[in-house]
Structures are given as C-alpha cells and as structure tokens.
Design a protein around this ligand. Structure first.
Ligand code: MF3
Ligand code: CO
Ligand code: CO
Length: 289
C-alpha cells in the first residue's frame, strides 16, 4: 500500500512522511531505476531500535574489556566462555551464540589457524605465542551487538603480530569508508587492497552482516569488492565489518565433527577484528566502542 504524504513516516520518527523520508524514497527510486542496489526499508533502523542497539553495544564492549583484563597464558578457552557467559547474564544480557543454530557455547574463541567459530574447550589451553580471536555477541532487551578482538598471548612471533595489526588496520580503514550514499563495495575495496598489499589473503565467502534486530540480517558485507559497487549505504543501516585474514592461502575447511570451526586449509595463521557500525546522517558510528 502506498503511503500518503500526510501519513506518519514509515521510519518511526512520528513526523509526516512528506517532512521525513518522502524525498529520500524518491531519490532511492531514481537510483534503483539506474540499477543501483538500494536497501529495503527493513534494513533502516528506527531511532528507538538504534538506542537499543547502542545499549547492547555498550554491554558488548564491557564484556570484551573484561576478557582483555583476564585473558592469559595457561587459561583454557572454556574459562573465557565462563567469564563471558556469567558477566553477560549478571548484566541483564543474553549471550547470542549460545544455542544459535545449535552452537554449544556463549562465545567464539578462534586460536591460531582457526579462522572463526572456534568452540571454547576446557582442554584447549592458551600458550605463549598463541593468537586468539574472541568474538562476543550480546542480546540486550532484544537488540544485538557483535564485535571481536584479537589477543596476543605472551610473546608472539613478529609475523603473527604483523598479521594481527594489519587486519585491525584494514578494519579501521574500512570504517572510514562508511558514510551515507557510499557503497558496500567501498568497504570491500579498501580491505582487500590493504590485505593483498601485505601478501595476505582475505576470505571472500564469509563476511559481515546486517545486525541489530537479529543476529544475522541483510546485507552480506563482503570484504573483497570494488568502489562504487554493491548495496548503497543510507542513514539507519547497522552492520558488521569483520575481515578474516589469512597469512597464507584463502582456502578453508570446516571441522567435520563439530560442524562449526573453520580452519585455514594450509594451516597458516588467521586473524579477525569485528565492529558493529551504524550509518548516520553525516557519517558513521562504531556501535561497539
Ligand atoms: N559472531 C559471529 C559473527 O561475527 C557469529 C558466530 S555464530 C556462532 O557473525 F553461532 F558461532 F556463535
Ligand atoms: Co558478525
Ligand atoms: Co561476531
């Protein structure tokens, strides 16, 4: 059904459509006619949803800070799981990974050649020289925020440190590309260029995603791309950027026993950093800072 110019806007602002998103919709319709991929209204968060997602992001960041304060050599990845689980519950949240599509734990812990979706295990003990990604997703009052960081355990090799740092740089470079009327391809281009310039590879088939009202929403955020291509970015979109970067080849395989853990095919190290970001009226915001 077509919305009237004097009807309340679909975005939930409470303003009349003509004074709110009418011009915006007109602009998008013109872009769509030129074969530009435009986001549906469903991908644009209301002010109220954004507030909820920001609160989830704040708790998610506190959880990662708490992990940063406790993570150390000799600890098992299951101890990280316990810390995340208990802190989340104690602060009124729900750890989103737990039971998500059957995932058995409350956080993903991906060590060395594990690219992502590592399952915490009491028999997996962190040792000097390991690199680990801890990926935390928190539900608070029904809203989701998703972020991950790398941690270096004790003294790590120079090449491991470089991989971790370059991956973080690629995420920060990508964030600078997030703006209204930009494109998802802008993100993919800067990440892949930065990663390839260092001789690393970035996964094409696993990437970021819309997030906020659910764990994984549209769009798919590919970390390989070309500027000016892919979906148009508009204010109110919320998604993750989470490049997975391998020291060696891009190829990966999934653990046949648990059906989750993704490893590098060649056994090389892998690193990942993740933010949840929002497109604002005049730029962008990191929701998980
Ligand atoms: N947090 C991951 C992401 O960034 C998803 C993990 S799914 C899980 O998208 F089930 F493994 F938790
Ligand atoms: Co994510
Ligand atoms: Co995540």
């Amino acid at each position: 059904m077509k919305i009237g110019r004097n009807d309340p806007c679909w975005c939930g602002s409470g303003k009349k459509y003509k004074a709110c998103h009418a011009e915006f919709d007109e602009k998008l319709a013109q872009m769509k006619a030129k074969k530009i991929i435009v986001p549906s209204h469903k991908l644009i968060k209301t002010r109220q949803q954004l507030e909820g997602i920001r609160k989830a992001g704040k708790l998610n960041t506190e959880i990662l800070d708490m992990v940063a304060a406790h993570i150390r050599e000799g600890m098992s990845t299951d101890e990280i799981n316990t810390l995340v689980h208990e802190y989340t519950i104690a602060h009124g949240g729900i750890p989103a990974p737990l039971n998500y599509c059957g995932f058995p734990k409350s956080v993903c812990t991906s060590v060395n050649d594990v690219i992502c979706h590592g399952i915490p295990d009491e028999n997996e003990i962190l040792k000097n020289g390991d690199i680990i990604n801890v990926d935390v997703t928190t539900i608070l009052d029904g809203y989701y925020a998703d972020a991950s960081r790398m941690f270096c355990i004790g003294e790590v090799s120079e090449n491991a440190k470089k991989l971790v740092d370059v991956t973080k740089e690629s995420l920060d470079l990508a964030f600078k590309e997030v703006r209204p009327w930009g494109f998802l391809g802008d993100i993919g281009e800067v990440i892949s260029k930065h990663i390839y310039a260092h001789g690393y590879t970035v996964l094409h088939d696993i990437g970021g995603h819309g997030v906020g009202n659910d764990f994984h929403e549209d769009p798919y955020v590919c970390h390989i791309g070309r500027r000016g291509t892919g979906m148009l970015l508009v204010p109110g979109m919320v998604f993750t950027i989470e490049p997975m970067v391998n020291e060696g080849k891009e190829d990966f395989y999934q653990d046949a026993d648990n059906g989750w853990t993704i490893y590098t095919e060649d056994g090389s190290l892998s690193a990942q950093w993740e933010y949840t970001v929002a497109v604002t009226e005049d730029g962008a915001e990191i929701i998980t800072h």
